[in-house]
Design a protein around this ligand. Sequence first.
Ligand SMILES: Nc1ncnc2c1ncn2[C@@H]1O[C@H](COP(=O)(O)OP(=O)(O)O)[C@@H](O)[C@H]1O
Ligand SMILES: [Mg+2]
Length: 169
Amino acid sequence: MNRTTVEVPLPTRRSTIQLARRLAPTLAGGDLVILSGPLGSGKTFFTRALSRALGLPASVRVTSPTFTLVHEYATSVPLAHADLYRIQRPEEVRELGLDAMRDDGWLVVAEWAEPYRALLGGDALLIRFTLDPRAALLSALGPRWEPVVGALGQTTAACPRTCSRSARR
Ligand SMILES: Nc1ncnc2c1ncn2[C@@H]1O[C@H](COP(=O)(O)OP(=O)(O)O)[C@@H](O)[C@H]1O
Ligand SMILES: [Mg+2]
């Protein structure tokens, strides 16, 4: 399958925040965003930035749901942040009911969810974070995501790694 993939360099935390801000307006209830990449590569940091970009006040803390598995936020599009790192069996994913939450209009952002994509309801935006160098590889898994990833590729090309501070504001 020929799928659209775009690489966005993330040399600074600020660039990760900017990626979240660019992506936020394109997200809707029912969407699934899968975050993968090694520990410390920025999956939770990105989700926090996304929550802020979706209107979550700074007074509400966004922490890793590693033990609680799912955190819910009253963002402009209601956001469920899941971390499936500790999941041992696919049935545990089913029991979380994230696919039903999608049906109910939640935006589901799930760390370590790549193996469970089908259980979570298919079509997804996959963001793979790398550490050395820090970057995000965004892949459209399904037609809904092709234009989103394509547009991000264009804005990235218009404002590459070297673009000036003022242009990035
Ligand atoms: N460009 C960057 N993007 C995201 N996080 C960064 C970046 N540079 C440094 N960091 C730091 O890396 C860490 C990422 O941690 P976290 O988001 O919890 O990772 P993960 O959820 O992937 O395990 C944070 O401490 C963050 O401040
Ligand atoms: Mg995390």
